[in-house]
Design a protein around this ligand. Structure first.
Ligand code: IMP
Length: 171
């Protein structure tokens, strides 16, 4: 299937660098725990942390909420954090907030672990599909209601390696 470019690699890189500068300024040297949500955010997280200049640790969290292109509505932790985040400043890194159900679940779940603070950086947001309001502290791009692939995002596990964000065009 042909793929149309939605956001170029250059535009993504420029925005990610901006977000990193903003995050660096906001935390003002405080130590943080960066929590990329697997799998989709691994590319965004890898680029973003290289623009964050505060002491940080990384701990991954695996979540599954999707089958194909439709939310199953059920969120499952497939791989949990390896360390306690009690008393820590947590920065969640997500690829996309779509209906918001996944993030709602994760924010509630993390709250029970008593972190000092929780903030969210999401590369993308599709406001047209929101079912719950999620506060996104650092947002890369707001996009239309289209299914996007690339830069970590998949369609049935494919296309995560594209350096840009694209949309599949049905022929
Ligand atoms: P939500 O629970 O509907 O907000 O879904 C969040 C998760 O669904 C994201 O972390 C993605 O893994 C996946 N997702 C939502 N929209 C897209 C898309 O357009 N392309 C690829 N994955 C998506």
């Amino acid at each position: 299937m042909p793929i149309d470019t939605l956001i170029s690699a250059e535009d993504i890189q420029a925005r990610v660098a901006e977000l990193g500068r903003q995050i660096t300024a906001d935390y003002g040297g405080q130590e943080i725990v960066v929590v990329p949500v697997l799998k989709g955010s691994f590319v965004f997280a890898a680029d973003l942390v290289r623009h964050i200049d505060v002491p940080l640790a990384i701990d991954f969290l695996g979540l599954r909420s999707y089958e194909g292109t439709e939310s199953s509505g059920v969120v499952q932790i497939t791989s949990d954090l390896t360390k306690s985040v009690e008393g820590k400043h947590v920065l969640i890194i997500e690829d996309i907030v779509d209906t918001g159900l996944t993030m709602q679940y994760l924010l509630q779940n993390l709250e029970t672990r008593k972190p000092a603070s929780v903030k969210l950086a999401s590369l993308l947001h599709k406001p047209a599909r929101s079912k719950v309001k999620i506060p996104i502290d650092y947002l890369g791009f707001e996009i239309e209601d289209v299914f996007v692939i690339g830069y970590g995002l998949d369609y049935d596990q494919h296309y995560r390696n594209l350096p840009y964000l694209g949309v599949m065009r049905p022929e």
